[in-house]
Each structure stands twice: as C-alpha cells, then as structure tokens.
Design a protein around this ligand. Sequence first.
Ligand code: 13P
Ligand code: SF4
Length: 359
Amino acid sequence: MILATEGLRTPLDYARLPREELAERIRFRKQELNAVILGHNYQRVEIQEVSDYLGDSLGLSQEAAATEADVIVFCGVHFMAETAKVLSPGKTVLMPDLRAGCPMADFVTADALRALKAWYPAAAVVAYVNSTAAVKAESDVCCTSANAVEVVSSIPADRTILFVPDRNLAKYAAGKAGRPYVVAGREGVGEVPAGAIVAWDGYCYVHDDLVLDELAEARRLHPNAKVVIHPEARAELLAEADFVTSTSRMVQIAEEHDELIIGTERGLIDRLRQRFPLKTLVPLSGAAVCGNMKVNTLAKLAWCLDHRKHEVVLDEEVRAAAELSLRRMLEHSGGCRAPTPEERALEDAGLARSGCGCA
Ligand code: 13P
Ligand code: SF4
C-alpha cells in the first residue's frame, strides 16, 4: 500500500518521490483524516491542483469558519493558518512548513500596536488579516483586500482609525472612503484630522516593489489590455489601474476580459494562464514572486499529512479576542458565500471539492 511511511521521515525523503505518487498519497491521507486542504491563490500550481478550496484571504477565512472537516491543512502563510485556528478552534490546523511567514504581518507586534493605541485611545483599530493573531486580538475589526473599503466606511466618519500593518491598503481605503490619511510616526504622533486613517508604516515587498516603469512597458507591449492591480501596491500605480481588487476578484475579471495586465503575485497569473490559454494575461512584473508563499511544496504537503505536522496552536485568550475582530469582519461580508464559477468548475471536474462548506 502506498501509504507506508517507512523510510519517509523528512520532507526531503518525500521530495524524491514522483509528483503523481505525492498527489495520490495526499488524496488518500486526506480522506483518512477527514482533512480539507485550503490553498491561497499564490500557491504553486501543483499545490493548487490538490487543494479542496482555493481563494483569497476573505474566501479562505470564510471557508475555514464553515468547513466540517476535522483537520484543516493550510497552504498559505502563517497568519492564514492562525486565522483558520482562530475561527475553528476545535479542529487540528496543520501547515506544511512553519517558515512560510508573511513579512508584512511581521511589521507590527501586539506590543507596538498597544503603544500606538495609547496615543489614540478613542481610535478604532482595523487590522488587515495579514497580521498575527496577537495583533488581531488588539484590534476592533479585521479586513481583507476584498472588503477594506467597506469595513473602514462602517466606522463613524469622525472617528480616528488606526490601520495596521499595510500603509498602501490603508491609503487606498482612505481615498475610497474620503478620509484623511497619515502614516504613524512620519508626521509625529498626536493631533490628526477628524476621521483620519493613521496607517502603520508596513508594506508587502512583492506589491510595493511594482513600479510605474514596468507598467509603462507592459502597456507599450499590450496597448489594449485592461490593468488590474492589487491594493497592496503603491498609490501612484493604483491610480493607473482599471480595476483595483483582491486576487479572487481578479479571477472573475479574467473570466470577463481577453487581455489583462495583472499586478499581483505570479502564482495567480500562472493559474489563470493555465485556465485561459488563449487569453493574453500578462504579469505587470515578472519579478513579483512571494518567496514566502512558495516555501510550501507538494513534498512538504504530503509529509505534513502523513506525519500530522506542523500543528498551529494559539493561546486561548489571544484566540478568543482575535475571533471577535475576525467575526465582525465576516459579518460585514455576509459570513459564508456561494462558490464562484471557477470553484464550481473545479468541483464539476472532480479535481477537488471547493466553495464554502455551508453553501
Ligand atoms: P488577497 O487578499 O487577495 O488574498 O491577497 C492578499 C495577499 O497578498 C496575501 O498575502
Ligand atoms: Fe505577505 Fe506579500 Fe507574500 Fe502576501 S504576497 S504573503 S502580503 S509578503
């Protein structure tokens, strides 16, 4: 039986197995454990292929809250697996590699946020989900790139908002919500205009590195293409975009357009190109690769299921406080949602179960 694990102790041992055997092993073990594999849109294509659910941060947290599986295997970065544990504390949450962290999330610690809150005691705190559970626990409400504008707009217009950790998403949301915007610490701390968003000075190295020159070159080569960019990019780039949106919405936009320049991580674009081989889907930058997301491999995923490692554990006090701000966000976004056409297609093709477990 292929499920014997003798001689297969480390991920390196698994890396020597053929890809088909790894995929087969993953499917068997998943059934045995009643496990579900949740994969972010930036994962390697071979991981996307064995994922039960693929999506953006919002969809993944909705799925994690709704799944009936006993074990959640998270193929993404650490804060995403933490979010799954926060929302499904009774389930075992596993990650193929604990080193898959998010540098943006690491920009702010709970201690540093507490210090900022002390300067603005009446402010509401909005934590982008790309933050640790400890930071979420210090926040009033979470948001993702899909609902940041909506979440910010739900807060009274004259109340100050501390927004952590992404200054670019904060600026984008401030612009859309018509609020003043300042970066914490740059102009000193203290008085800010009524209703201002005070952003933490953090960013995503993948999106913040996208530059106007690359966009100009892509446009020169594809003058008829629409431009879609993730809101983690800088404001001057977002000002040039036809659409500014999350990764899952980008999938829908690709369904509707034949020629796109896409400003986000390569994993999503590789998948879209596989799915729509006749369309012109161009990365805004070929260098936009999140090395942290790519730490996960098929071999590590097979190892993770066979050996039930690495388990994500959280302090209960932190978990419960983080759950409040995540659930507030999910309420804004309608809790669970129906599967997208792409998820339905995956389901119909029998490749994977997908979509929200309760839909
Ligand atoms: P999504 O919100 O589209 O998932 O993208 C955020 C991101 O960069 C994940 O790290
Ligand atoms: Fe973090 Fe950026 Fe990688 Fe997303 S793409 S996991 S925000 S570093």
